[in-house]
Design a protein around this ligand. Sequence first.
Ligand code: GRF
Length: 200
Amino acid sequence: MHNLGILLSGRGSNFIAIADSIDAVRIPNARIAVVISNKADVAGIETAKQRGIKALVIPSKGVPREEHDRAVVAALKENSVEWICLAGYLRLLSPWLVQQFPQRILNIHPSLLPAFPGLDAQKQAFDYGVKVSGCTVHFVDEQLDHGAIILQKTVPVLDTDDDRTLAARILEQEHVAYSEAINIVLGGRYKVAGRRLIQG
Ligand code: GRF
């Protein structure tokens, strides 16, 4: 059984999708050991509590990045976390934190990276006029939205879309993609060669 730690800052729909996958045995060999938010009073923390999952708030406002990250890592280690899933965690990780969990931190981003990193990726893509967008699950390295790609899912941009309808359809795919990516890494049958993750 692998221990996952979820870091989030908001509504937590990707966290819920992962928790649902575990409950439905679509992710057969993992449990969520702890959910940590850097913001108080967010839906993701409420949901975790309702589901009986350990939930912690470690406030980040006004705290130097690495000092906050040291508190987060202490909580992750206390809960024996092996794999970290960023799920709408709106805070850059310090290089120090990334180095504590090399190739063990996953993130989901709502675009086909390397297109449209950063905030409001769905609106960036929509405004750019792309015909296809999607989502990316990737390892986290020291750069924003940058590490090796685990998997991507495409979503067509329809003529009838606005940025919100596009974001909603991407989110549906995010919820599928994250669990698939977790199964890939927990399965262990992959290698990372340069930027390329190769399965088998
Ligand atoms: C998702 O769109 C995710 O791709 C991005 O932040 C959003 C988080 O949504 N990194 P939720 O909190 O998981 O619902």
